[in-house]
Design a protein around this ligand. Structure first.
Ligand SMILES: Cc1ncc(COP(=O)(O)O)c(C=O)c1O
Length: 478
């Protein structure tokens, strides 16, 4: 019967959707009622509102920078305290006698992260940092390609032994990236190409953005059609500047159809957006835990390697990736663990991993689907408010929810000074050259009233010209 069902997740009339009012504001191009009232109703109905009290954000601060460094939480500090106590009390014995033992920390916390990325527990491990993990994983798959092993084109099975661009096994593999990537990834990939005698000027192939903000997935497909030597497609799940969210499954399918592995930098989505890496056919992925996973500054990195690739020898091998059962036999020959654990390298930094255990528990309790629903509502609400009240600010983040990650890029010609003025007024945001203020209303600890307050303060700064009192710097990306 007409009108009885068929509502979508973002249906504006669905009484079960606590965030419908925020979604409606963007869909209708404006607020139906007073935004202050709307924010109050959204906050009152928000099933995640109780989580904010578990995070340490000073009362006078509006923290909109959780996409750079998430705040401390009670659970993260408790798991850190536990490990510090274990160190004090057990000393070296902590590796085996702590409860749980430190020895398998990488695998154990990796298993806890696996549901957030749609993976089996053995496919995720925590270790190293993003940059190091790009080195070891891109290096590993370059080695596979140089040995003639590409992804199976139909079933994604590893190593079919026949990878040869255009039928020529002497052609070196290329890596496909894009020109809006985080720079460190390019540095690492170039180094891995160079160390195999492959010229990055030729073989680091770059998809160019058409608008300086986003990458059109059709352009990734076109690059694959144009160059038959691409052996690895390495893309972000979400761009660090504009926050564009990629269609991981589409990119992975395009890569495999072209005989290339599909790898992702998921730093800007894990913990904010649910992923299904295994089902999407992703070969490998890397991410950090200090952004949306709230594990603290410099906290340990994380990686995913699809099960079909377990058993490969990592490019950067180390004893912590050795098969666990025989690691302490101290053999001089390396036997890789038969899991993603093989891509660990050296002793895990326990104190940089400990907070993650607690923070992941908090996120799992909140539920990644609910986090995503609220995050979209918060960014809908922010974008609708900017559209309505800030005529000199434009939104550089896709309005399409399927293509939007967890933060919003606000563009303004004086973005650097605006961002300093905001930070001076208790709104912590960050500036990304040349013209972007990134605003991240992270779902676990941000309210709709907070978002409104941020817009109020931007409006006040721009109306009074308060930002013009600040100097610009020559500083770059941090
Ligand atoms: C998208 C992305 N990739 C890579 C990195 C580098 O990470 P790391 O310094 O942990 O190696 C960052 C750091 O913020 C990032 O945002």
């Amino acid at each position: 019967m007409d009108g009885e069902s068929g509502g979508t997740a973002s249906s504006t009339t669905n009484g079960d959707d606590p965030y419908a009012l925020a979604n409606a504001a963007l869909d209708r191009g404006g607020f139906e009622s007073d935004p202050v009232e709307t924010a109050a109703r959204l906050d009152a109905d928000d099933p995640l509102s109780g989580f904010a009290d578990r995070f340490s954000v000073p009362g006078d601060v509006l923290y909109m920078d959780g996409n750079s460094l998430g705040p401390a939480s009670d659970a993260a500090l408790a798991s850190l305290d536990r490990v510090v106590d274990e160190w004090r009390e057990l000393l070296i014995g902590g590796w085996t006698d702590a409860d749980p033992p430190w020895f398998e920390v990488g695998e154990r916390i990796g298993s806890a992260l696996a549901p957030l990325v749609g993976a089996d527990p053995a496919e995720v491990v925590v270790g190293n940092s993003i940059t190091v993990n790009v080195h070891t994983l891109v290096g590993t798959f370059l080695d596979e390609l140089l040995a003639g092993n590409g992804p199976d084109r139909t079933e994604h099975a590893a190593a079919d032994g026949t990878w040869a661009p255009g039928g020529n096994p002497d052609v070196d593999p290329a890596v496909l990236v894009n020109d809006l990537d985080f720079p460190s990834d390019h540095y690492a990939i170039r180094a891995q190409l160079r160390s195999r005698g492959i010229d990055p000027e030729e073989k680091l192939r770059t998809v160019e953005s058409r608008d300086g903000r986003t990458i059109d997935p059709a352009d990734v497909e076109a690059a694959l059609a144009e160059h038959d030597d691409v052996g690895i497609v390495f893309m972000p799940t979400a761009l660090y500047r504009s926050g564009q969210l990629f269609d991981v499954e589409r990119v992975a399918r395009a890569a495999h159809d072209a005989g290339a592995y599909a790898g992702f930098d998921a730093a800007h989505s894990v913990g904010a957006v649910p992923h299904a890496f295994a089902d999407a056919g992703v070969d490998f992925a890397v991410w950090c835990t200090y952004k949306y996973l709230n594990a603290g500054p410099g906290s340990i990195g994380a990686l995913f390697v699809a099960e079909r690739h377990h058993g490969l020898t990592p490019a950067l091998a180390g004893w912590w990736g050795h098969e666990k059962a025989t690691q302490f036999e101290m053999n001089l020959t390396y036997t890789p663990a038969d899991s993603a654990g093989a891509w660990q390298i050296g002793t895990p930094p326990l104190l940089a991993a400990a907070p993650l255990e607690g923070s992941v528990e908090t996120l799992r309790e909140a539920g990644i689907e609910r986090i995503r629903a609220k995050s979209l509502a918060l960014t809908d609400f922010l974008i609708a408010s900017v559209d309505e009240r800030l005529p000199d600010v434009s939104v550089g983040t896709p309005r399409d929810r399927d293509a939007r990650g967890g933060h919003v890029a606000l563009e303004h010609p004086d973005a650097e000074r605006l961002s300093t003025a905001l930070t001076d007024r208790g709104v912590v945001v960050d500036f990304r050259p040349p013209n972007v203020v990134r605003v991240c209303p992270a779902a676990p600890y941000t309210s709709f009233a907070d978002v409104l307050e941020v817009v109020d303060r931007i409006e006040a700064i721009l109306e009074t010209g308060a930002h013009e009192a600040y100097a610009t710097s020559e500083g770059g990306v941090t």
